[in-house]
Structures are given as structure tokens and as C-alpha cells.
Design a protein around this ligand. Sequence first.
Ligand SMILES: C[S@@+](CC[C@H](N)C(=O)[O-])C[C@H]1O[C@@H](n2cnc3c(N)ncnc32)[C@H](O)[C@@H]1O
Length: 257
Amino acid sequence: MSAPQAGPAHGDGDPVRTWRRLADTSVLLDGFHALKHALRFGAEIPVAVTVDREAALALADDLAQDVRESLTVLLAEVPEETYRTLVPRPHPTAVAALAVRPARATHLAALAHTPRTAPVVVLDNPRNLGNAGAVIRLAAGFGATGVVTTGTLDPWHPTVVRGGAGLHFATAVERLEVAGLPSGPLFALDPEGDDIRALKLPDDALLAFGSERSGLSAELRERADHLVSLPMRPQVSSYNLATSVAMTLYHWSMGAV
Ligand SMILES: C[S@@+](CC[C@H](N)C(=O)[O-])C[C@H]1O[C@@H](n2cnc3c(N)ncnc32)[C@H](O)[C@@H]1O
């Protein structure tokens, strides 16, 4: 990943004016940890605010010395009343920042690039914004190539970004049609599939998961090369979506059968 970019280039020196100008077209990073992760993974951050700069930099000393210098440049202290007007709801760390959303073309190129060294996670018409955020955090943690969603949910919705803890910048997150999915063998997770424990998931796999409400769509099933199940005792209907992604990525990371 590229080095963190702090961006006074975007502003005129007044962080509140810069914030108000960019807020509608930027990604809100809510809290210290989201800002820390976004910086680590090369996000472009035009503006960052806090109600207590000293406290925020002390947090950096404790938890994130690698981005302390960037934070020193970026963080502007604003009065608490002002901070409260900038964010939908105050965060316990009283830190917030705006990031530039990466270009879709860059992500599409990353998703299409071969040979692929880590799977792409596909969420087929997910409904729950928190689940999608948790999956993006998992994908970042396992170094997945990307997270693709089908359907209407916006994977860059502020609630998804909050659930992802700023880790959208560590992987390629995009919405696509099933017909436009990247190439590669598609393993679709379904309780009726073959036991995952007997399978090795290849690095170029697409790992697809169904909707919380109705499971895998007919279109996704049609495109699937393999149906795969996670071990589950009889009488349990299914696991939570993000939990299923966690188990599957862990299985991929273990390599051999
Ligand atoms: C909450 S479940 C969907 C439940 C839904 N009511 C259904 O009819 O399938 C969300 C997704 O997690 C994955 N999943 C959950 N439990 C699984 C299991 N035991 N084996 C494989 N995939 C599973 C599947 O991809 C499923 O579509």
C-alpha cells in the first residue's frame, strides 16, 4: 500500500469550512480507529478533526505510533459544539475525518487482476449494513483481494464504513452485477453443499455468500462452480452471514485439506 497522505492541499486552512465543502462527497471516518486504519492503508484524508488533540495524539502514542506523524499534521482541534455539528453522532474518541473514496476503476482493475493471490468475497444481495461492514473488516484482516456486493446495498454506506472500522481502504470494495463478477472458480456457500473440510479453496476463488433473508440467488447459483457447506449440527438452519465468511476465509488461510 502507498504511504498515508495527509491533505492540506484540499483545504484553505480552515478545517470546518473544508469539512462542510467535502462532506457530501467523502467517506466519513468515525473515530480514532477508523482514521488509524485508513491512514495505514493509504487513504487520502483531506481533513481530520478532534475535540482534544492532545488526547488523540496520546492515543496514537499508545496504539498507533506508525501513524502518529501523519496525525500530527492532519488533526485539527475544534470546539466540541462544532464537532457535534459535523458528525451524525459523537464517537467516544471524539475524532472524525473525511477520506476520498477510491476510484471504481482502480478497484475493478484490482478485482480483475490475475493471477490472484487471495480470494474475492462476494456477498449476494446482502441486507444488513453491519454484516457487510464486519465482512469488509474480515476481508481486510485475511488480505482478501476484495469484497463485491450484488443487489441494492451500497457497500460504502456510512453504516457499512463504520462497521468496517476504516478497513475499506485495505481491500477493493465494489458493487457489481452477478454477470460482471471477476473470473475465477466460484465457490458458493450453502448448507446443502459439499463439506468444506474436504476441500482446498484456491487463491483465485470467488467465495460467495447468500442474503441473510433468502440465501443464494438463482443467478448466483447458476454461475457457481461448487456448492460448499460449513459444518453444522442438524436442526440448526444456518449461521450468520459474517460468521460464515469468517469460517470460510479461515479455512482458505489454512491452505491444505
Ligand atoms: C443467514 S444465512 C441465510 C439463511 C437463509 N434464510 C437461507 O435460506 O439460506 C446467510 C448465508 O450464510 C452462508 N451460510 C450460513 N450457514 C451456512 C452453512 N452451514 N454452510 C454454508 N453456508 C452457510 C450462506 O451463504 C447463506 O446464504
